[in-house]
Ligand binder design. Sequence first.
Ligand code: ATP
Ligand code: MG
Length: 227
Amino acid sequence: MVPTVRPWGVASLDRLLGGGLETDCLTELYGEGGSGKTILCLQATLQATRDDAWVIYVDAEGVSPNRIAQISGDRLTQVLEHLLLSTPRSLDEHTRAVRAAAALARDGRRRVGLVVVDSVTYFYRLALSGDTEDAARQSLAVEIADLVSVALQQGIPVVVTNQVWRNPRDGGLEPLGGSFLQHAAKTILRLDRGDGAYRRAVLMKHRSRPEGAAEFRITTTGVESLG
Ligand code: ATP
Ligand code: MG
């Protein structure tokens, strides 16, 4: 059986991924601040709403309404009418928001085309100190399990973004969230910043595609594919 894919709407990225986002698994985007995680989430949102699907978007980091307007252009009303946005402000609220997102995706009353969690590690990182560390790991694991089951059971692509930490051993940037997240996400893209608006998405993991990279630029109206 060939898994269904949904176009991301960025030609170079869709080519790299063999058509786009797989609908039965979790896709993870990680990269430093400004690398393009949120704009790619918005690009996927824009794409999903083209055929009137709903998008469930859990925003821990404060997505810019201006940016949504810039990328949506004359489709702003259609995008906003199909966006179910939640803005949790603590780890507990975040876990509840993900649970609510999963329930909405499952109940079938709306045709959900995409679930986004940007980022899945913001409150987790804040709680990673002192005696809240175990609880934070547990919350993240519960969220990830919820999201994986939505993708698998409902056939809805799920995109999560992830922050990075610098490994002092070699100075490299690595994704947060531990091995559970890196196993659970079946497609993993690392976003690298280049000069100015240039960005590169490196395919670090995929179940059926070779490693590779896609180039794009961040523009006033969103994302422009290079190549
Ligand atoms: P963070 O980890 O901080 O959330 P991110 O990876 O989500 O960062 P994005 O918000 O997707 O990053 O992208 C931010 C980049 O987009 C910035 O480098 C900024 O220069 C660029 N950008 C934002 N608005 C515009 C615009 N109107 N025109 C061109 N580039 C823009
Ligand atoms: Mg962001």
